[in-house]
Design a protein around this ligand. Structure first.
Ligand SMILES: C[S@@+](CC[C@H](N)C(=O)[O-])C[C@H]1O[C@@H](n2cnc3c(N)ncnc32)[C@H](O)[C@@H]1O
Length: 200
């Protein structure tokens, strides 16, 4: 599925998403784990931030200046109302050119919507956008091989892809990042989150 088609589907459920997730703790413990590994707290960006902005609260409590990026204009519009001090980018992550270096980059349940052939370039881009010792946390589908699946959520059809865990670890390694934590955090669901840190 083209990212703009994914955006149109998220536009339609953006209000529902905000109501559901504004006060939810989904992914927050994992974010706090990533923050523990992050030695500097300058700038952080939430890739595919959605409309709730629950991660922004945690980031600012830990002293980060937070930014958000999302391809859905409606997700961004709603998030802006709750978080007027956050800088937002309405962009497709696969086309975005990072303007800055980040201490922490989080992509929670967003890059798994990319077409399979864009996965590698996006993970590479996120590694390259980290400052020295910066930390990347992202979720992906688990398993050992690449795959694409589709499913219905809130009446909308979505597509997901993964390169498989070994391929993601290889890309991180090739782009000066070391995996610090990898967990099937919703087992037996095939949902994995990875925390990696940039080295020299
Ligand atoms: C499952 S929601 C997760 C939202 C948020 N991370 C959260 O946990 O509340 C996926 C988000 O990723 C965004 N997204 C999907 N594909 C994207 C792309 N190519 N570039 C930027 N954002 C994207 C969607 O618009 C949506 O807001």
């Amino acid at each position: 599925m083209h990212p703009e088609d994914t955006a149109a589907r998220y536009d339609r459920i953006a209000q529902w998403w905000q109501t559901q997730h504004q006060d939810s703790l989904y992914g927050v413990a994992q974010l706090k784990r990533a923050i523990k590994y992050t030695p500097k707290n300058h700038l952080a960006i939430d890739i595919g931030c959605g409309s709730s902005g629950r991660f922004f609260k945690v980031l600012s409590e830990h002293g980060f200046q937070a930014e958000g990026l999302d391809i859905s204009a409606e997700m961004i519009n709603l998030a802006k109302k709750l978080h007027p001090n956050v800088t937002f980018y309405r962009e497709d992550i696969s086309a975005w050119k990072p303007p800055k270096s980040y201490s922490l980059i989080v992509a929670w349940d967003s890059t798994f919507h990319l077409p399979l052939d864009r996965q590698e370039q996006v993970v590479k881009k996120l590694c390259d956008a980290l400052e020295g010792d910066g930390v990347l946390m992202f979720t992906c589908g688990g398993g050992y091989k690449h795959s694409e699946v589709s499913g219905t959520f809130q009446g909308e059809n979505f597509e997901y892809s993964t390169l498989g865990v070994n391929a993601f670890l290889k890309i991180l390694n090739e782009h000066n990042c070391t995996c610090l934590h990898l967990e099937y955090d919703q087992y037996p669901e095939n949902h994995v989150y990875i925390i990696a840190q940039k080295h020299d």
